[in-house]
Design a binder for this molecule. Structure first.
Ligand code: SAM
Ligand code: F3S
Length: 481
């Protein structure tokens, strides 16, 4: 058996690319593994959006050198945004790499996998089955659980043409490249036929989508995907405030299978900073967009991205961001200290000292956390339906799941088996307690579909059979190489 291990860093686009690599690998007869030590091919799908991501990726490349030392036939390849950015220097910096594939070279990577696959006797129909059953191997913030097939990322658009002054993405992924709607729908149908329960349409700015042939917009695309037979839940990532139209707000509110969550990065609550970031909207315009969103989508979770310590950010600018976050009450936020990226305009401007950035991040987190905790508190005592994600990282006798507004819920797995959850991946969880990171509760039932009837779970049983095979692999992977 040939195994492939895929480690994914970064955003939803990389998750989607890793899914593509996994599909190509499975078609060539590889099985996925979550244990790098048993893989014949190790793939690092990298990110370069902040310096930390870049450092981490080079650290992992060095770490995996040990695998090649132990078995020189193991192939180690790097793809993703860092591979694109450092394509001319990476192989020299890490000569043990067998390949460096830029963001537009995924098909070439797929071809290399087919060429490298050692010839084994097992037949391909088994491999196709494994595509459905095996976890997409991985680590840290990547897809890496036995239930990966229930969530599918479908790329609707590659690249970005907006050139925010801090962002490397247009430089490493190119300008907007929208996929034909028919191709997107065909991929969604395949995902649903494989048992996918939650489809996520991904792109850097999905709401700027324009069908290349007929100009249909993102609202039209959402309606078309929503109408597919067998769709359970639908969601999308990420949107840009500039392209959030009244039509899209109304469409979102009219589609019952759309998850009640909306990610709309604001980045800053200060107009001079938004202008310098080249974000193309003002705070007042963002507020208006949110008013339209809330009118059409009452009760939905609104989440955002924020950057502090951007060049020129004064204490007054930062306090405006704090006040704005308090006013909006985001259900979750991804917060970053500005990280200068080579080749972007803001990298050449006078920088804010890192200790000020760090201190602002802590103050912002305290403000955001209040809103997040309040959002989670609202679930206490209620029964929520959540899609299984896998064993909890901290305590593997517990299961982690995500509600449709993307809140993590953790509960003892009890006697539930992986095989049952593959066909009934929706958990009915009574929320017993709420924290900033999510909620804890008790599983009362499991269901095949989001709107289906739940089958009760026997709460008295204490035998833990959950994901024993996957558990073993993860444990092995945790051991130092
Ligand atoms: N397309 C998204 C949007 O509409 O804003 C953003 C995509 S970017 C990959 C994800 C997030 O990373 C951004 O929203 C921003 O908050 C953060 N980010 C991007 N470049 C950054 C930088 N140089 N330093 C710190 N954070 C950054
Ligand atoms: Fe980056 Fe701005 Fe596009 S954050 S991905 S350039 S919208």
């Amino acid at each position: 058996m040939a195994y492939i291990y895929i480690e994914t860093f970064g955003c939803q686009m990389n998750e989607a690319d890793s899914q593509y690599i996994a599909d190509r690998a499975a078609a060539s007869g590889y099985a996925m593994t979550a244990n790098a030590a048993e893989a014949s091919v190790v793939v690092l799908n990298t990110c370069t959006v902040r310096e930390g991501a870049e450092r981490r990726a080079y650290g992992r490349m060095a770490h995996f050198k040990a695998l090649k030392r132990a078995d020189p036939s193991v192939k180690l390849v790097v793809c993703g945004c860092l591979a694109e950015q450092d394509r001319d220097t990476m192989q020299a910096a890490a000569p043990h790499l067998d390949g460096v594939f830029g963001t537009r070279e995924l098909a070439r990577l797929g071809d290399a996998l087919a060429a490298w696959r050692p010839s084994f006797d097992d037949d391909h129909s088994l491999a196709d089955e494994r595509l459905l059953l095996e976890p997409l191997g991985g680590h840290a913030d990547c897809v890496g659980d036995p239930y990966a097939h229930v969530r599918t990322f479908v790329t609707v658009q590659r690249g970005c043409s907006y050139y925010c002054s801090f962002c490397i993405v247009p430089h490493v992924r190119g300008r907007f490249d929208n996929r034909p709607m028919d191709d997107i729908l065909a991929e969604c149908r395949v995902a649903l036929a494989r048992g996918g329960r939650e489809l996520t349409l991904v792109g850097q700015t999905v709401n700027a989508y324009k069908e290349p042939a007929n100009g249909a917009d993102f609202a039209d695309l959402l309606e078309a995907v929503h109408a597919l037979d067998g769709l359970d839940r639908l969601t999308f990532l990420t949107s840009h405030p500039k392209d959030y139209t009244p039509k899209l707000a109304a469409t979102m509110g009219s589609l019952p299978s759309l998850n009640p969550r909306f990610h709309l990065p604001v980045q800053s609550g200060s107009d001079p900073i938004l202008r310098r970031m080249n974000r193309k909207y003002t705070v007042a315009q963002y507020r208006e967009k949110i008013a339209a969103f809330r009118a059409h989508c009452p009760g939905w979770a609104l989440t955002t991205d924020l950057i502090v310590g951007f060049p020129g950010e004064t204490e007054a600018d930062f306090e405006a961001t704090l006040a704005f976050c308090d006013e909006i009450g985001f259900a979750q936020a991804f917060m970053f200290v500005y990280s200068p990226r080579r080749g972007t305009p803001a990298a050449h401007w006078e920088q804010i000292p890192p200790e000020i950035g760090g201190e602002r991040l802590r103050r912002l987190a305290a403000t955001i956390d209040r809103g997040v905790r309040a959002w989670h508190e609202r679930k206490r005592g209620r029964i929520v339906r959540a899609l299984v994600a896998g064993p909890s990282r901290k305590d593997r006798s517990k299961l982690a799941a995500k509600t449709i507004d993307n809140v993590t819920v953790v509960a003892p797995a009890g006697s539930l088996r992986e095989s049952e959850l593959r066909t009934r991946p929706w958990l009915d969880v009574r929320v017993d307690d709420a924290f900033t990171w999510g909620c804890v509760g008790t599983i009362l039932g499991i269901a095949e579909r989001y709107d289906g009837v739940a089958h009760p779970v026997d709460a008295r049983s204490t035998i833990d059979l959950i994901s024993s095979r996957f558990h073993e692999r993860q444990t092995a992977d945790a051991a130092p190489a």
